[in-house]
Ligand binder design. Structure first.
Ligand code: BGC
Length: 763
């Protein structure tokens, strides 16, 4: 029998009333509209047993999806039993109205206090309809579009019963070997902070209590992106200056934007696993920054403190984590098993339990879960919203904006719409799963638009397709991992045949979507498998190649840069991938993306980033002297610089002006004229960098401190004005204090970090 949502609402209402009569469920204070949230939290807390408080701090993975190793003691029966007792505060990976209702109903209607669950899920770049992977979205430098993308993701996810996302990941990383660079905003703190704010605001909206917004989570606090050698979960060892000036700011920006939760990280930082790090969670986050939401551990990271060599056993791990300020235990089972004993024997102070529980309850109140625990559970909305046109349109818009034109010699792009013989080569060109990336638990296989489909849709050309070589040859035992083809070249000949007959060859090469993401570090940043050989084989018969890259991280496409006339960075663009790529290749959309991460020439240069320090022995371009900071066998410079990206039109920068009124109103104003000197309307990201020439703590050779996305018609000129305030001109010293020092500054303005105009001013 199918029951309508109204039936459930009525049933829920009746149950609440009957619970009121039968048990102590009147403590759920759902009708108390006048008290402040803090009062409501305090009232509820005063009625809770120790076990119920600890229950709020316990999060279980759902019974349907698993995103990490299943804990040995993870039996379902126990989870159900705990749910019924009110010993579970949150579940993750339970999704879809039917399944969420099943668990929410137990929490609300069967437990003594009826406290609703908060339902978490990794809504990283969409729910079922996927937008581009986060690093791709960052390449748009379009904060409005990024905010909208998060907003739309929240809309779709909340229609499936989700009310909390484990996003945004705001970890800065400079190491392309690390697979999770795909999940962040790249290497730069300034851009990363702006994007963190856009994403938090998009997910949460101005009103967390609407059923369309979900709580966000700034993760992974802290330094997870600095895993040594880019190997996931590895140790991070960073100095104070990097911690304060590079790693912390996007987290602080997310906090200031009102993010309601933080997730700690798997790594240790300077000898202490983040989950047990009191300095990070209590001193900095909850102390200095006054964060009043809650911190969730990463998956099993409380237990992992044993393997780190920091905790003696599970009990000790629970003690360290709770004392350090980790409020919720994701899948370690240790809070629920150990905390009551630790409080009763006096090892853990009840104050820490009360604090953690209050923080979690506060967010539940803010979400409006007490007023209506079933507010996200509406089958009609679920059917109407998931996969709706509005969500696909937003995904397509974001995908186009995320594409970066890396190279375009002789204007080989855009392609002609008629009368051009186009050969399309590469297994990824027809792949409908890879563009979804690896964070795609709720998306179905083969639901992305392929490049082959896109190219056919947007033109009258005849496209001849040959895959050339498989990229993946099946899955490993783990469902979300593929085996890469490293030897089979048997399809090369077909590709060579179609290439010979074509006017232009479009080759879609790169990483499969499952080659980047969590646990997917690489030592080789080249094209995986036999794709480089395929590219060179095709090049021998036709040099008119447009290389479309699919990847979750910067790649060392050094040979391609030297030989291939056009290169388009198309990342993993999500559900609408092929449509977006086709629109860009045919010139229906003029690309404007800029790299949020430096592309190295060689993996040996990694970590490579634009805002490096000068050193005492800087190498000048063209110099090749032994005792200077350089490599014997490779340049210091990148293949493609941070901020690089071309358009089908061109831009000219001139008339750079600096107005220094810092002593009066604490602002330095920089203005520049930008002119569209080409023949097409186009967008440009105007970038402003500074260099503080000498300081008590040395400053990078360049730091991004402002940008603006401007759209111009041919021959149109606009004056762009950007401000440098204390916030942009100062830095954190090694005591963690923010200071602004007098002295000489250089200013650089242009369309990439390899900028065109420069001038100086004095503070
Ligand atoms: C990841 C987190 C993620 C969590 C839940 C962990 O393995 O590190 O980023 O949110 O799993 O899926």
């Amino acid at each position: 029998m199918k029951l309508s949502k109204y039936y459930y609402l009525v049933l829920a209402g009746l149950l609440i009333i009957s619970c009121k009569n039968n048990n102590e469920n009147d403590l759920a204070i759902s009708d108390d509209k006048t008290s402040s949230i803090d009062d409501k939290v305090a009232t509820l807390l005063s009625k809770m047993t120790l076990e119920e408080k600890i229950g709020q701090m316990n999060q279980y993975n759902g019974f349907w999806d698993v995103t990490g190793p299943v804990p040995e003691n993870g039996d379902q029966a126990k989870k159900y039993e705990h749910l019924r007792k009110g010993y579970v505060g949150s579940m993750l990976n339970v999704r879809g109205v039917k399944d969420v209702r099943a668990v929410q109903k137990i929490a609300v209607e069967e437990t003594r206090l009826g406290i609703p669950l908060i339902i978490g899920f990794d809504v990283i770049h969409g729910y079922e309809t996927l937008s581009p992977i986060p690093i791709a979205e960052a390449a748009s430098w379009d904060l409005k579009a990024i905010k909208k993308s998060a907003e739309v993701a929240a809309k779709e996810a909340s229609a499936a019963g989700i009310n909390w996302t484990f996003a945004p990941m705001v970890d800065i990383s400079r190491d392309a070997r690390w697979g999770r660079v795909m999940e962040g905003a790249g290497e730069d703190t300034y851009l990363g902070s702006k994007i963190a704010v856009a994403r938090v605001k998009g997910f949460q909206s101005d009103d967390l209590s609407t059923p369309f917004s979900i709580a966000a989570c700034a993760k992974h606090f802290a330094a997870y992106g600095f895993a040594e050698a880019g190997r996931d979960y590895n140790t991070a060892d960073v100095g104070t200056s990097t911690l304060y000036n590079v790693i912390f700011p996007p987290f602080k920006a997310a906090k200031d934007a009102g993010v309601r939760t933080f997730m700690n990280s798997f790594n240790e930082l300077n000898g202490v696993p983040s989950t047990g790090d009191e300095y990070l969670q209590r001193d900095v986050l909850k102390g200095q920054w006054q964060f009043d939401g809650f911190v969730v551990s990463d998956w099993g990271s409380i237990t992992e403190m044993i393997a780190h060599g920091h905790a003696e056993n599970g009990k000790h791990a629970a003690e360290l984590a709770v004392k350090a300020g980790s409020d919720m235990d994701m899948e370690s089972y240790l809070y629920v098993e150990e905390l009551a004993g630790l409080v009763n024997d006096g090892t853990v102070n009840i104050k820490d339990i009360n604090d953690a529980t209050s923080r979690i309850l506060r967010v539940k109140f803010e979400l409006g879960l007490f007023e209506d625990p079933y507010k996200y559970l509406d089958e009609t909305r679920e059917k109407e919203v998931i996969g709706s046109q509005e969500i696909h349109d937003a995904a397509l818009d974001m995908a186009k904006k995320s594409i970066v034109l890396l190279k375009n010699e002789n204007n080989i792009l855009p392609l002609k719409k008629e009368g051009q013989k186009i050969a399309l080569i590469g297994a990824l060109a027809s792949d409908k799963t890879s563009p979804l990336g690896s964070w795609r638990i709720a998306a179905k296989d083969s639901t992305a638009v392929s490049v082959l489909e896109g190219l056919n849709k947007y033109s009258g050309n005849t496209i001849t397709y040959a895959k050339g070589a498989d990229v993946s040859i099946g899955k490993t035992e783990f469902a979300f991992e593929v085996k890469i083809n490293t030897s089979d070249k048997s399809d090369f000949n077909d590709a060579i045949k179609v290439a010979k007959k074509a006017d232009v060859v479009v080759m879609v090469l790169g990483e499969h979507g499952f080659q980047s993401g969590e646990g997917r570090s690489r030592t080789d940043l080249g094209l995986p498998g036999v794709q480089q050989q395929l590219l060179e084989a095709v090049y021998k018969v036709n040099k008119n190649i447009v290389l479309v890259l699919n990847n979750g991280r910067p790649l060392t496409v050094t040979w391609a840069d030297k030989n291939i006339p056009a290169i388009v960075e198309a990342w993993q663009l999500g559900t609408q991938s092929g449509n977006a790529i086709a629109q860009v290749l045919y010139g229906d959309y003029n690309p404007s993306g800029k790299l949020p991460m430096t592309f190295p020439r060689h993996v040996g240069q990694v970590p490579i980033y634009y805002n490096y320090k000068n050193t005492g022995r800087p190498t000048l371009p063209g110099e090749d002297i032994v005792f200077w900071s350089h490599y014997q066998d490779e340049k210091n410079t990148p293949l493609y610089a941070f901020g690089h990206g071309l358009s089908y039109t061109t831009f000219k920068y001139d008339n750079l002006k600096i107005e220094n009124t810092f002593s009066e109103n604490k602002t330095v104003t920089v203005s520049v004229d930008v002119t569209n000197t080409g023949e097409l309307r186009g967008k440009e990201v105007v970038q402003l960098y500074i260099r503080d020439l000498f300081a008590s703590i040395t400053r990078p050779v360049k730091e991004l401190k402002g940008f603006e996305l401007v759209e111009l018609d041919p021959n149109q000129t606009k004056t762009i004005t950007l401000s440098l305030t204390q916030e942009e001109l100062g830095f954190f010293n090694n005591q963690g204090l923010f200071i602004v020092e007098d002295g000489d500054f250089e200013v650089f303005v242009g369309g990439s970090s390899e900028t065109v105009l420069t001038d100086k001013f004095k503070l």
